[in-house]
Ligand binder design. Structure first.
Ligand code: FES
Length: 151
């Protein structure tokens, strides 16, 4: 099932993080499964433990299933100083979940992350590959509403 992705890459160690990204991006639950790790291990001829080491080192990877939309809110100091904790409270309240959880409809997972490189627009979050800055409670309402409408 991962062969389509794997065959796009030369079987060298250097491609590991790109392959893991590709697998995660193409998984409907935005994670890298055990069977994916096994396939990558065989393809690149590297131990499964090494792959898990990479998966746990980088926060953008997940080894557990996540929602269709993965929200990653920046918690680094510039965002914190501009109210990311209030935005986090708003997200938790709006979605009815805690950090690290997924909504029961499988639509959203809420995570925290380090600086996203857009500190000038703090507070900032990503939803999948899209960035949202200068967040306010009203913006959160609007963004979540739009995604729910579009599902
Ligand atoms: S500190 Fe949040 S984007 Fe840089």
């Amino acid at each position: 099932m991962y062969q389509e992705i794997l065959k796009k890459y030369e079987p060298t160690k250097d491609n590991l993080i790109y392959i893991l990204h590709d697998i995660q991006d193409n998984d409907p639950q935005h994670y890298v499964s055990e069977s994916a790790v096994q396939s990558v291990s065989e393809y690149l001829r590297i131990p499964v433990n090494h792959i898990y080491g990479v998966l746990t080192f980088y926060t953008m990877y997940s080894t557990t299933p996540r929602g269709k939309n993965v929200i990653r809110l920046c918690e680094s100091p510039p965002c914190y100083l501009r109210g990311s904790d209030n935005i986090l409270a708003k997200l938790k309240n709006t979605l009815g979940i805690k950090t690290g959880e997924t909504t029961s409809d499988g639509l959203f997972t809420l995570e925290l992350c380090a600086c996203l490189g857009l500190c000038g627009n703090a507070p900032v979050m990503m939803i999948n590959d899209d960035f949202y800055g200068d967040l306010t409670d009203d913006k959160i309402d609007q963004i979540i509403h739009n995604i729910r409408e579009a599902k």
